[in-house]
Design a protein around this ligand. Sequence first.
Ligand code: NAP
Length: 283
Amino acid sequence: MAAIIDGKAIAADVRAQVALDAAALEERTGHRAGLVTILVGEDPASEVYVRNKIAACREAGMESFHEPMPATSSQREVLEMVDRMNADDRVDGILVQSPLPAGLDFKEVLERIDPAKDVDGFHPLNVGRLVANQPGMVACTPKGVMELLDRSGVELEGRNAVVVGRSDIVGKPVALLLLHRSATVTICHSRTRDLPDVTRSADILIAAVGRPEMITGDMVRPGATVIDVGVNRTDDGLRGDVHFPSASEVAGAITPVPGGVGPMTIAMLLRNTVDAATARRTA
Ligand code: NAP
């Protein structure tokens, strides 16, 4: 039976450290690190996410600003809001909650964010820095995955890492982070042939597919570390991309869903915000 990688406990640890760093920054500079969430429209799931982010900020002793905008907002109005937040000295991190209502161009909005305040790590400049292995803002979920691996003592150098999924927000950045740590990385996607053959070669298997329980135990190499990024709402409740009952029989270590990668994403958002605040105050 695999060891369980406890994302909840690791995230709590990260958040405690972030709170200490935020307090130290405030003591040193008088500035309290601040995150703004911009929410356009009234998507109920997005409202829950934003509420959680605001609560997490406050719990870490950070400032939290919320800018709700009507679903009827124009592209120009959203861009103007981003401009205001870029110019606002109280704000260190800007998060535009996705998805935006139909008709708005999320890419253009992301590109408008000051890269130094881009705590989601989605701005093309930060993506480029990640590709070039230069310091920059790294997307929260991939960064959280790396933290889970590191805190669990998983060796990466020279090991086979297989990432299932090639999205801009999870698959690609996590593959790059693993590559920069000298893992041998394979990226799989919907056109990959013989997926089980590839996943069975993984010492480290990252599932970021968005298909409930598609990675089954027979696709896992005995002793492998399995990180399940998936969050899928099914009639039976929340499920990951990994079939936990069978995979946990074979893996050496595995993250549960919920309680694995999920809590790390918010923890890393707080981390990025305090790091952005520190960089802006000490530049
Ligand atoms: P996405 O943009 O939909 O990408 C899914 C990827 O999986 C695509 O690259 C797709 O391939 C690939 N794929 C789909 N079906 C496949 C198959 N049968 N075999 C192999 N690959 C297949 O999803 P995402 O945004 O990366 O999210 C992935 C999962 O992570 C979702 O469950 C999402 O809810 C979850 N997530 C969790 C967090 C968190 O905080 N825990 C954060 C972000 C996302 P193609 O490119 O060929 O289409």
